[in-house]
Every structure is written in C-alpha cells, then in structure tokens.
Design a protein around this ligand. Structure first.
Ligand code: CA
Ligand code: CA
Length: 486
C-alpha cells in the first residue's frame, strides 16, 4: 500500500498573513463623532440607543460595552480596541443597503490566557431586539472569523471576552463580498455543513480571508483520500484537515490528492487561500473518498490541469484465488468499464469501414494512463485484459480483383449499364490488451486501439484497401499507472 504523507503547513495562522496582504493600517476607533454622524440615520435605533446609553454610563466600562453604545464602523478598515475581563463585550455596528456576504475577522493579542470570541447579530429596528446570526469561538490567542449572507438592515457584532482578566488589545475588520458560493456563510466551525464521503462539493474563495469550513463523519476506520481540484494556477488554495477539536492534522496542496488513515470520528475541512490570492469566479472541488476495506492496492492522482482525480483500487475477485479486479474511479464516481462500447466509422463514396470495441463482464482493466488524445484535453487510456473487437468493411469497384479477397461478394449494374462488384469483409474476435480511450471532461468513450482504432486490422478481416492508420496520437502525460505491484 502506497500512501502519500499529508504535508503540514508552515504557518497555522494563515489568516493573519492574509490580513497583512490586505495592506490595511490598524485604525484606532474614532469614538463619538464617528458614530453620531451616522447613527442618527437609522430609524428607531436612535431612541433605543439613547435609553441604553444611560445604562452603560452607570459603570466604568466604555460606552460600547453595551449594544446601545455600539460604534459604527466602515468596511475594509482595520480597527483596534481593547477589552478586559471575562464576560465583557465590545459592540460595533454597520448597515447593509442590500443583500451581501458579510465577513468579520478579529485578530487577538498573543497572550494565551486571553480568549475573545466574535458574535454577529441582526437588529430589529422596530423592537430593538437582537437576533444572533453567527459566531466564532476559536481557542485562546487565535483569530476569530465568521461570515454571513445578510439582507439589507442593521447588523451589530461584538467581541466577547470568554477568558482572560488582563486588559488586552485586539484588532478587527468587516468586509463585504459581492459574490459568494452556495455554502456561505461557512467561515467558522459553527457554520460548517457536512461534506458527504464520495461527493464533490464546489466552493469559491470570494475574498482573501474567506475560509470554507465543512465537516465529515467517519464510521469505519480506514484509508481516505482528500482531494482539492480545479484551483486556477494563480490561486494558492489549500485544504486543511482538522480533528474534531480543531487541531490541524495535515493539508492538501492545490490540485492534488492526499491519502490518510483516519479513525472513526468527526473531522473538519477548511479551504482557504494560503497567501491571499483568490479568484471569485473559480469554482474549486473538494472531495473526501473512502478506499474500500478490502483494497489490496490503491493509487490516485490528478490530471495536470487539476480538473480530474483518478483512483485505481485493486480488490480481490470473490471466489477466485489470487485474482484481482482493478476498479477505476474518476472524480469519485466508479467507471463502469465492463459496459463500454465504442465504434469508429469511415466512409468514402465507394467504401465504408466500421470498427468497434465492446467490453464484457469478464473484462478487467490492467493498466491506465492519463494524457491528451486528438483534440481531447483530459483523456484516460485504459488497457483491458480482453474485449470484443469487431470490424466490417465494404467496397464497391468495377474491377473484380479489388474485391476478390472479400468474404462475400455481390454484383450490380450502374445507371450507365456498367457492371460493378461489392465486397464485404468482417470479423468478430475476443482480443487481449485492447485500449479504450475515454474523455474525462465528457465521460464518454471516444476511441480505442490495439488493433488500429480507425481503419481496422487487415490481417484480421483480410481487408487490404483502406489505407494507412489514422494519425491520431495519444500523448502520454507523466501519470501512467501499471497495476501490477502496487
Ligand atoms: Ca467560499
Ligand atoms: Ca466561507
């Protein structure tokens, strides 16, 4: 069994780097003037705020220790503020004119006794009631991140001191995205949706600090493959694997697959940009696939452009000794190569050639290669131990000698009264080592070879007229699997 080791990332706290990439300077909160200039625009909220502000003033805490004293903040601006004492909160607010994706980020002090959380609420401007929408509760001295797709309205959020008795400074930022994927908001573990085993989930990274968090459940310990597909060359995305306590286990580089042995339990997946590069329109694929328990061999790789993942799974054939079936999965789906059929046809005014290949229930794949073939970018060449090969040719000629080798000859007269002959050649054979060529972009069989995949085989059908082989080439990439010995 050959397993690829998961690569541990150099820096766990990648999002801090991402914020640095943003180039924002930390802006201390501007107090009253900044807030009052805009807060009055919000209907109904003002009255509510004035009432609660009086309550806030009763203690020594700053005015934004209560929702009523929340500071209005601008987007894409990094602010700093301070907090001390478990249970204390610092409040901020903003207004959305239309539906947008909201991202909130908080960077803490490095003091490991301090643990601040981040919680987002929507304000009911008629009643003053706050409804919690999302929260981020990472551990001490760790950033907090959450996202939420919000309709127009007024949103409040707070930094909440969960642990730590000393005054500590934190910085934070809110930003909006114009486009986002269907699973947003999913930036914190509390918002994660399930990733089902064997299913590709599509994500986009819609800003430099977007994280797409999901979880999966393992009921049987075993080998699992984690795939990150379709990441554009200019984007450095990474798929991280965490245990159920959010400890990093390993990561998968873009457009690669890693295999790992996992015990039963819950796991967390976190997709992010490791250097802040992103493309909001690039849909990437994330998949977790299980390697069957009875597999005696397993190989996996991705196409060079990162759009497909090919797995070869060797399993014993039931009831047979030392005989194995080589199953092929493409993008998590089992390829039914025992029911493949492909036919090539070539016709001219006087000739017609048909060649076909059909696999059967006892056909077994014995080798595979990934490459390009005759205008098809991502093709799989599958070697079969046996398949049914058939070819038939017909030719019309005025010279009997052209068709004399045919297995069946008929004759006729054309419109000018000239006699002609039609020769037919055909054969059907079970052949070893036939190669099927499959287009993985369309998942369709496109051709075959061994024997020649377009004109047929003169020695089989006895046909001699149809010329030289078609000049189609299978260009082998660097991914070639020979199944024996894995
Ligand atoms: Ca996303
Ligand atoms: Ca996200």
């Amino acid at each position: 069994m050959h397993n690829v080791e998961l690569i541990l990332p150099k820096n766990e706290n990648l999002i801090k780097e991402a914020v640095t990439v943003l180039g924002g300077n930390v802006v201390p909160l501007k107090i009253a003037s900044h807030r009052n200039s805009k807060v009055e625009n919000i209907t109904n909220m003002k009255h509510k705020l004035l009432v609660e502000e009086a309550v806030a003033a009763l203690n020594d805490e700053p005015v934004n220790s209560q929702p009523s004293g929340a500071y209005l903040i601008d987007f894409d601006t990094i602010y700093s503020d301070s907090i001390s004492g478990q249970g204390k909160r610092r409040w901020y607010f903003f207004q959305l004119a239309e539906r947008k994706k909201i991202t909130l980020y908080m960077s803490p002090t490095s003091d490991t006794t301090v643990d601040n959380d981040l919680i987002l609420y929507k304000l009911d401007t008629a009643t003053g009631a706050l409804t919690e929408l999302a929260r981020s509760q990472n551990g001490p001295a760790t950033y907090e991140l959450l996202s939420y797709v919000g309709e127009s309205g007024v949103y409040l959020f707070c930094v909440a001191a969960y642990a730590g008795d000393t005054a500590n400074e934190f910085s934070f930022m809110a930003r909006l995205s114009e486009k986002w994927d269907a699973r947003e908001g999913d930036d914190s573990i509390y918002q994660a949706q399930e990733q089902f085993i064997g299913t590709i989930v599509k994500h986009t990274i819609d800003n430099s600090i977007d994280q797409d968090v999901s979880f999966f459940k393992i009921t049987n310990a075993g080998i699992y493959s984690l795939m990150l597909m379709n990441v554009p060359p200019e984007c450095n995305y990474q798929l991280q694997l965490l245990d159920s306590n959010a400890n990093l286990i390993g990561s998968v580089a873009k457009n690669t697959t890693s295999t790992v042995r996992l015990n039963a339990g819950g796991y967390i997946l976190r997709l992010l940009s490791s250097d802040g590069t992103f493309d909001v329109d690039a849909e990437v694929g994330v998949m977790v696939a299980a390697v069957p328990d009875n597999a005696t061999g397993y190989q996996v790789w991705n196409t060079e452009d990162g759009t497909h993942c090919i797995e070869i799974i060797c399993v014993p054939i039931t009831g047979a000794t030392n005989k194995y079936r080589y199953n092929v999965r493409i993008d998590g789906k089992m390829l039914d190569y025992q029911h493949c059929a492909v036919e090539t046809v070539k016709a001219t005014a006087n000739t017609q050639s048909k060649c076909s290949m059909n696999t059967s229930l006892d056909t077994n794949a014995i080798g595979v290669a990934v490459g390009q073939y005759s205008g098809h970018k991502n093709t799989l060449l599958l070697s079969m131990d046996n398949a049914i090969y058939a070819e038939s040719h017909s030719m019309k000629s005025y010279n009997f000698s052209d068709v004399s080798s045919a297995s069946h000859i008929s004759s006729g007269t054309d419109q000018y009264g000239m006699g002609y002959y039609i020769g037919n050649w055909s054969c059907v054979e079970q052949l070893p080592n036939m190669n099927l060529i499959l287009d993985m972009d369309t998942m369709k069989e496109i051709d075959f070879r061994n024997p020649n995949w377009f004109y047929g085989n003169a020695s089989l059908a006895g046909y001699k007229v149809c010329g030289s082989p078609k000049s189609a080439n299978f260009i082998f990439n660097n991914k070639i699997g020979i199944f024996e010995g894995i």
